[in-house]
Design a protein around this ligand. Structure first.
Ligand SMILES: Cc1cc2nc3c(=O)[nH]c(=O)nc-3n(C[C@H](O)[C@H](O)[C@H](O)COP(=O)(O)O)c2cc1C
Ligand code: SF4
Length: 582
């Protein structure tokens, strides 16, 4: 290969063994030779590059870093230019490219929103005092048990010390249980238990009525995506179903990295078969043979349970050449992310699976026509898949019995921060913010502000408790449901420090590909640092600058990260949480 420049470093037996084990595993989806636009032009290459990310994980787990020799070997066998392999390895927070020496496992401590106010810094210092190697980093998706920690193993598997049973906090009052109906009820490791509790009834009916009727029911139900953008699911599925003559894919987007979000984790840990069934339903409906679950790297328990569930489903004929006697083939491959918020954006996720840096693509074309490997692809959040299963099983009219005309159905909300019982709560859309908080035992202390939708969302004041949780009502009040984050902050919180951390989060997570976002997130952070250091009120010209930066990012960025990076900062200023009295 012309541009393959290997260094003189040699791999060790252990590194070669780890890489070979991944590359020869027989559970990889068969991907045909494909054509892909690679930066320098059109290149025809064997589509084994998608094994780069699993290969990097194997090296990191085996020796604690991606050594030049290990990277050489991986790139050589995959025919990937080492410079590009290095570029991919350095994109992700979980991979080290410097020799850690004899250090032990790395303890990742979350310093975002809920953990920020729950003493994350003191927790990190305490671990350091115990001689542990600590990495302060973004949200780990365990906000209900803040401050959160994830241990990236060296000589031990990756694990979350707080994972015991994986059970979510119990709601304080009965809520609707459609999507969570099996959580805490079924044995997550048993297909038999899943089927005893109604598992695979939805898929059986979807097969029975056929793809067109299934999409019609999804449309009639008015289901919109639960991953944040609220795009109509029927339009997405119809688009992929209408593509003929090419191999197709469906992807469950389980990257769940929005600070404050942990609902997908709770579902995957406690009801993993439902995600498998939901993705299979989506695949059979749009005519895809390949299913992928892209799960965030910091979810070891959910990863283990999903992997086990996929194996069980395959053994039972629920995946494979003839799914549930339908005559259709469908199988699922699990892919583990490696610590990059931007990989939740669907085209960045696709790039990541393909073995490239997780940088969002320009759209159009959209994934429904040109997605994974340039082929038609539907990307959905796990909660969307569970909602589609509910519609398949009960029909659109029953789905609409909860929720409002424009926002039908139920939603999962992630409550954290200053609330009595942080956890995942399912409620009908249209439930008020106040009632949702009451369901979680009520606020602790005097609520000063509530962050809706996570770091990419906005703060609202305690005067918004009457707000119905629908797309239309939140939009009207200048906020968002986003991915279902509701984080409460009482009046003891140092909002300057909190908002500064949110700005720092975006500065750290921007992929840097487009100028407005790459520069905007840095400038925004700088203005806040200056504001904090001055200890004075925000001067009008600095306020104007914040608004200018926000406009430029919203108007000219490629993806949603740039579009939303200023929302929390601007709303904090508006509410007088920072910068002095508005
Ligand atoms: C920066 C960024 C991060 C995102 N993270 C996630 C995520 O973790 N999970 C998710 O489902 N969608 C995420 N999304 C939205 C996806 O791009 C996509 O809209 C979604 O997966 C589609 O699924 P849905 O239609 O079922 O909502 C993110 C978007 C952006 C811009
Ligand atoms: S908006 Fe930001 S995160 Fe998105 S592509 Fe541009 S630089 Fe990357």
């Amino acid at each position: 290969m012309a541009d393959l420049k290997l260094t003189v470093d040699h791999s060790t037996d252990a590194e070669r063994g780890a890489v070979d084990a991944v590359l020869t595993a027989d559970d990889h989806a068969v991907v045909r030779v494909t054509e892909r636009l690679v930066r320098g032009g059109m290149a025809r290459r064997k589509a084994r590059r998608h094994l780069l990310l699993p290969g990097l994980h194997a090296l990191q787990a085996e020796v604690g870093w991606i050594s030049p020799g290990g990277l050489n070997y991986l790139c050589d066998v995959l025919q990937v230019p080492p410079a590009e392999g290095y570029g991919v390895a350095t994109f992700y927070d979980m991979f080290r490219t410097d020799d850690p020496g004899h250090t032990d496992s790395v303890h990742h401590v979350c310093i975002d929103t809920a953990c920020h106010i729950a003493g994350a810094e003191q927790f990190a210092q305490q671990l350091e005092a115990e001689g542990k190697q600590v990495h302060r980093g973004p949200c780990l998706g365990q906000c209900e048990r803040a401050p959160a920690r994830f241990v990236q193993g060296r000589g031990e598997p990756d694990h979350v010390p707080a994972d015991t049973s994986g059970q979510p906090a119990a709601p304080h009052r009965a809520s609707v249980r459609r999507l969570l109906k099996r959580v805490g009820v079924v044995d997550p490791t048993s297909l038999a238990s899943y089927r005893e509790h109604g598992g695979y009834a939805a898929l059986a009916r979807a097969i029975d009525i056929g793809p067109d009727a299934m999409i019609d029911e999804i449309r009639a139900a008015g289901l919109t995506g639960r991953g944040g953008a609220a795009f109509p699911t029927a339009i997405k599925w119809r688009g992929v179903a209408d593509e003929h003559g090419r191999s197709k894919h469906v992807i469950a987007n389980a990257d769940e990295s929005e600070p404050g979000t942990f609902k997908d984790r709770v579902v995957m840990e406690n009801d993993p078969f439902s995600v498998i069934e939901g993705l299979t339903l989506a695949g059979l409906t749009v005519g895809a043979e390949h299913g992928w679950i892209y799960i965030r790297g910091e979810y070891p328990l959910a990863t283990r349970r999903l992997r086990h569930a996929i194996d069980e489903a395959r053994s039972a004929g629920l995946l494979g050449g003839d799914v549930l006697g339908s005559g259709q083939a469908f199988d699922i491959e699990l892919r583990r992310g490696a610590g990059a918020y931007i990989c939740g954006e669907e085209t960045a996720l696709i790039e990541s699976i393909e073995g490239f840096r997780g940088e969002p693509r320009n759209k159009p074309p959209f994934p429904s026509t040109h997605g994974l490997f340039g082929e038609p692809t539907a990307v959905n959040n796990p909660e969307t898949l569970l909602s589609a299963m509910y519609i398949a099983e009960h029909g659109p009219d029953t789905f609409r019995l909860e929720g409002t005309e424009k926002s039908p159905g139920t939603r999962l909300f992630c409550l954290s921060g200053h609330v009595a019982a942080p956890g995942v709560y399912e409620v009908a859309m249209g439930t008020t913010l106040g009632d949702l908080i009451e369901l979680a035992g009520g606020a602790t202390g005097t609520t000063r502000a509530i962050l809706m939708g996570g770091a990419a969302g906005t703060f609202v004041g305690a005067d918004q408790l009457d707000m119905p949780l629908t797309h239309e009502d939140t939009r009207e009040r200048g906020t968002t449901l986003g991915s279902g984050v509701v984080t409460l902050f009482d009046d003891s919180v140092d909002f300057m420090s909190l908002v500064l951390r949110i700005a720092e989060f975006f500065r750290g997570e921007s992929c840097g590909q487009c100028v407005p976002c790459r520069v905007g997130v840095v400038r925004q952070h700088e203005v806040l640092v200056e504001l904090r250091d001055s200890g004075a009120a925000l001067r009008p010209e600095r306020h104007e600058l914040v608004d200018d930066i926000a406009r430029a990012m919203a108007d000219a960025s490629i993806c949603g990260l740039g579009h939303t990076a200023a929302g929390a900062v601007q709303s904090a200023i508006r509410l007088g949480l920072i910068g002095g009295t508005p």
